[in-house]
Design a protein around this ligand. Structure first.
Ligand code: GDP
Ligand code: MG
Length: 177
């Protein structure tokens, strides 16, 4: 995951938001360190993790911010959103409530973040198909209506995690270039 001496052309801040236990920290662990844990404890104190990747021959350092137990409504501070150029709005496909809360998260995000922020809606835990509570079509329709990218992921099985990040980062890259 990258040469530490490599020169960095861009640093993009991306924030993870969504209800508690939807898998935000595991999505980040999968992307930043290719790790996954089934008994993940709330990571206290760690503000962000980074991974550098190459987009169109430029090195892009993704600085991904994770909430540390601030998932209650309106508890995420404006400092968290400050400078963010991308956002991942995560729900759990097996918990309808986490999807029903997405409009709130989106409203909060739009109230705090830059108006050109690139947003992807993520339905995580797609490995648990037999417990699905949110039809893919419902989420797709919502994303389309709100102008968001959309993917279903599994941090456990590593499905679409890489694609979710590269979708956001490439779109940001194209906006700044
Ligand atoms: P956060 O509160 O949003 O950061 O959620 P965590 O990343 O801490 O994950 C909450 C729980 O869901 C943990 O037990 C994880 O192991 C589990 N989890 C996270 N992602 C997945 C996934 O893709 N599939 C399954 N089956 N479990 C997951
Ligand atoms: Mg977490």
């Amino acid at each position: 995951y990258g040469d530490p001496n490599q020169k960095i052309d861009y640093v993009f801040k991306v924030v993870l938001i969504g209800d508690s236990a939807v898998g935000k920290s595991q999505i980040l662990a999968r992307f930043a360190r290719n790790e996954f844990s089934l008994d993940s404890k709330a990571t206290i104190g760690v503000e962000f993790q980074t991974r550098t990747l190459v987009i169109e021959h430029k090195s892009v350092k993704a600085q991904i911010w994770d909430t540390a137990g601030q998932e209650r409504y309106r508890a995420v501070t404006s400092a968290y959103y400050r400078g963010a150029v991308g956002a991942m709005l995560v729900y759990d496909i097996t918990k309808r409530q986490t999807f029903d809360h997405i409009p709130r998260w989106l409203e909060e995000l739009r109230g705090h973040a830059d108006k050109n922020i690139v947003i992807i809606l993520i339905g995580n835990k797609c490995d648990l198909e037999n417990q699905r509570a949110v039809p893919t079509e419902d989420a797709k329709e919502f994303a389309q209506k709100e102008g968001l990218f959309f993917l279903e992921t599994s941090a456990l099985e590593s499905t679409n995690v890489e694609t979710a990040f590269t979708t956001v980062l490439t779109e940001i890259f194209n906006i700044v270039n």
